[in-house]
Design a protein around this ligand. Structure first.
Ligand SMILES: NC(=O)c1ccc[n+]([C@@H]2O[C@H](COP(=O)([O-])OP(=O)(O)OC[C@H]3O[C@@H](n4cnc5c(N)ncnc54)[C@H](OP(=O)(O)O)[C@@H]3O)[C@@H](O)[C@H]2O)c1
Length: 234
């Protein structure tokens, strides 16, 4: 029996172009999967579709990562979460320059991409600590790599994902020795609503992301993974 079959994985933004293949991939890995979306009917539609493909271990949840009330209510209904995939994200400042980006839009990118992911992690970590096991996967971006120069053409998004990377590192330090591994992944440029002209399929990207949900207990923590599965320098 797959050791993950008794484990629950929660994906935020599971109705998105990457989110749904991520949830599907987690089903294939044997997890019980919670598909979280902002709207009840959207979450239900994703859960129905995945249940038709993979059977009865998929449950819907309503989560807006900027709204603590939705997170609290959803987690109370779901029960233990062993794997959190922080996939929800927004790109609101494409084609802008750091010198003229609308900071109201930047604030929104930070609220979803950075604080939303951090809030989700805070919500699931107490249970992970109690159980002595957990995996948190933060879907980051190549735009946020200092090594590759922090892409300036999506300024708020870049900063929000760079801050998400920082949260990954400090949460990994905070959770060291607890059985919880916290990592970030650059899924590559993925064909989606966010990036319609990209070449990489969401199904390919989902494999890279879900690999971090199934890391062995002695696997890396506080690392930034490339699309090909190698660890990259921040
Ligand atoms: N596409 C790429 O090339 C690429 C590259 C690097 C990283 N990423 C990252 O990959 C992740 C998925 O993006 P995608 O390409 O699949 O784009 P997408 O199709 O636009 O999906 C984004 C998802 O996030 C959800 N979301 C937005 N705001 C939310 C909130 N406040 N609370 C909960 N969910 C929220 C959206 O829900 P609604 O439908 O309700 O808006 C949607 O389900 C994002 O974190 C993105 O930054 C994408």
């Amino acid at each position: 029996m797959n050791p993950d079959s008794a484990r629950t994985a929660l994906v935020t933004g599971a109705n998105g172009d990457l989110g749904m293949p991520l949830a599907a991939r987690l089903c294939e890995e044997g997890f019980g999967v919670v598909v979280a979306a902002r709207a009840k009917d959207t979450a239900a539609a994703v859960a129905d579709e995945l249940t038709a493909r993979y059977g009865g271990s998929v449950r819907p949840a309503v989560i807006d990562v900027t709204d603590p009330g939705t997170i609290e209510a959803a987690l109370a209904a779901i029960g233990p979460v062993h794997v959190l995939v922080n996939n929800a994200g927004v790109l609101l400042t494409p084609g802008r320059r750091p010198s003229d980006a609308d900071l109201a839009l930047v604030e929104r990118e930070l609220a979803v991409n950075t604080l939303g992911a951090w809030r989700m992690a805070q919500a699931v970590l107490p249970g992970m600590f109690r159980r002595g096991w957990g995996r948190i996967v933060n879907v980051s971006s190549g735009t946020a790599s200092f090594t590759y120069g922090l892409f300036p053409g999506t300024p708020g998004y870049t900063v929000s994902k760079a801050a998400l990377n920082a949260i990954t590192v400090i949460l990994a330090r905070d959770t060291e020795g607890t059985g919880v591994l916290v990592n970030a992944v650059n899924p590559g440029r993925v064909r989606s609503r966010m990036c319609p002209d990209a070449q990489r399929t969401p199904q390919d990207a989902a494999r890279s992301v879900v690999a971090l949900a199934t890391l062995a207990d002695d696997g890396p923590t506080g690392a930034f993974f490339r699309p090909d599965g190698e660890i990259m320098t921040w």
